[in-house]
Design a protein around this ligand. Structure first.
Ligand code: C2O
Ligand code: CU
Ligand code: CU
Length: 501
């Protein structure tokens, strides 16, 4: 039998213990935390319909928003490793969109990137086999130049992958009961309660109001002592340092693309736009505790000055008010709050990178390696099946970037030179890179080949991405050369370069 780690939230932190947010006043009106429904496939197809709707992100105010199968956000798509899945998305929006499964290893034509636009009133279909470990992924639009505003309006949903490894572990997994999706977004509102879409020229669409699963000030009733939260930072631009109002410690059990080798005991986790983290925390009967975004004591390495307030790096926000049940715990996870000492041993196994080919990327303002995204330029092609080493440098001295790569999972092997903390644990697909910092990534790719469709790599701060901070690579067979799909390149509706110019 495996030993178990016990959560002792009363014990003073032995590591950092510096998560001590100064909190905003208690929210006046609490509403129950909405739990996104789970998509049920009909005849094997997960159907998403993107449409305009109206929702009450703020209490009693109807805001026009976009959503999948509802006015805001979308259903959780639950998949099992090994399954053949079909996702269809119908576009009932007034403009083109695209739908990308972030974190998924899949063939490039199914990746839902900007080369797969869905025109209004058209339906796009992705079919692929799920070939990766249990994880919390997500889907969101990816139409070039409009991703930020479409996500801001509400187009995002969670994907949960299950597998046999995760299934045998004693972890909370009762969706909506003790396994809770936490989709974090933000917005500014106009005086009449509509989404303020005035683009700030520094931070794009970044909001003052932070909300979870579509509403501000949600309240979650914990009916078990051990609760798993699947944290997804679906913000277009905002970074969050997430912990609890009393600084209690908890376990981080999974990073972007799957379980950690073993749990980490922490008092906060840091998530840039696009990143995920699964945590397990103990909630006592009858207690009230807040899940909070507590600000960054180290400003994520951004020098003091105007960018710190611009990026809201010192601001705090209440994410979810959690109340322990007044009853005694009822679920099978009431046996004291522990998590297995070993989660996924294979996640901790080192990858052989001795023969790895290396590439470097410099992120600067809105460019990567001195170039802005061009939909018609393939930046490089990979014609082997080995892992690679990617050196990614944030060349800006006062901007943060959040680097994401499609169709892969990577480990952060090194970062230099920095004392700044950022989430670099486990297998990831998106990583925060503080100003001036270089990260060394060991990258494992999905092994599909296609010389007509590319995958993207980009900054996941969506304003940066939309401004052109993105590049494209192809996975091809040896001896082939990339040639973009003619259905795309010859369609006059498709943009050349940035924003259709
Ligand atoms: Cu979240 Cu290019 O994706
Ligand atoms: Cu992605
Ligand atoms: Cu960026």
């Amino acid at each position: 039998m495996l030993a178990a780690c016990t959560i002792d939230s009363k014990k003073p932190a032995d590591g950092d213990g510096d998560f001590a947010p100064s909190l905003p006043p208690a929210p006046p009106v609490l509403r129950p935390l909405p739990i996104p429904s789970v998509s049920t496939p009909s005849q094997g197809v997960h159907r998403l319909v993107a449409a305009v709707g109206s929702t009450q992100i703020l209490p009693d105010i109807n805001t026009t928003t976009w959503g999948f199968n509802g006015p805001f956000l979308g259903p959780t798509i639950r998949l099992s490793r090994g399954e053949d899945c079909v996702i269809e998305c119908e576009n009932r929006l007034p403009e083109d969109t695209a739908i990308h499964c972030h974190g998924m290893l899949l063939p490039a034509p199914m990746d839902g990137g900007p080369h797969s636009p869905i025109r209004p009133n058209e339906t796009w279909r992705a079919e692929f086999r799920v070939e990766q470990p249990a994880a919390t992924l997500w889907y969101h639009p990816h139409i070039h130049g409009r991703t930020g505003v479409q996500a801001y309006r509400g187009l995002a949903g969670m994907i949960i992958i299950d597998d046999d490894v995760e299934d045998t572990l004693d972890l909370p997994r009762d969706y909506g009961v003790d396994d809770i999706p936490v989709v974090i977004m933000d917005a500014n509102f106009t005086s009449d309660g509509q989404l303020d879409e005035n683009l700030d020229l520094t931070v794009g669409l970044q909001g003052e109001k932070v909300f979870v699963n579509g509403i501000v000030d949600p309240e979650f009733q914990a009916t078990t002592r051990k609760v798993r939260f699947r944290l997804l930072n679906a913000s277009t631009m905002r970074f969050h340092n997430i912990g609890f109002s009393d600084g209690r410690r908890f376990y981080s059990i999974a990073s972007d693309t799957g379980l950690l080798g073993s749990p980490r005991k922490v008092d906060s986790v840091r998530l840039g736009p696009g990143e995920r983290n699964e945590i397990v925390v103990e909630i006592q009967p009858k207690e009230t505790v807040l899940l909070v975004s507590g600000g960054f004591p180290d400003n994520l390495g951004v020098p003091k000055g105007v960018m710190v307030p611009d990026f809201k790096l010192q601001e705090t926000a209440t994410l979810v008010t959690i109340r322990g049940t007044t009853h005694s715990p009822t679920s099978r996870h009431d046996d004291g709050a522990s998590v297995p000492a070993v989660l996924d041993p294979s996640a901790a196994a080192p990858v052989d990178l001795s023969e790895a080919r290396e590439r470097s990327f410099e992120l600067n303002t809105f460019e990567i390696n001195g170039q802005a995204m061009d939909m018609h330029r393939i930046d490089f092609a990979i014609d082997h099946s080995d892992p690679e080493i990617w050196w990614v440098t944030n060349g800006n001295s006062d901007w943060i970037h959040n680097f994401h790569v499609h169709n892969c999972a990577f480990q952060v092997l090194e970062s230099s030179p920095t004392d700044v903390e950022f989430d670099a644990y486990g297998w990831k697909d998106t990583v925060t890179i503080p100003p001036g910092v270089t990260v060394k990534l060991g990258v494992l790719f999905g092994q599909y080949r296609n010389r007509h469709y590319p995958y993207m790599y980009h900054c996941h701060m969506l304003y940066h991405e939309d401004q052109g901070m993105m590049g494209q690579f192809m996975m091809i067979n040896k001896g082939e050369s990339p040639e973009l799909d003619t259905a795309y390149t010859q369609d006059p509706r498709n943009v050349r370069g940035l924003h259709g110019h």
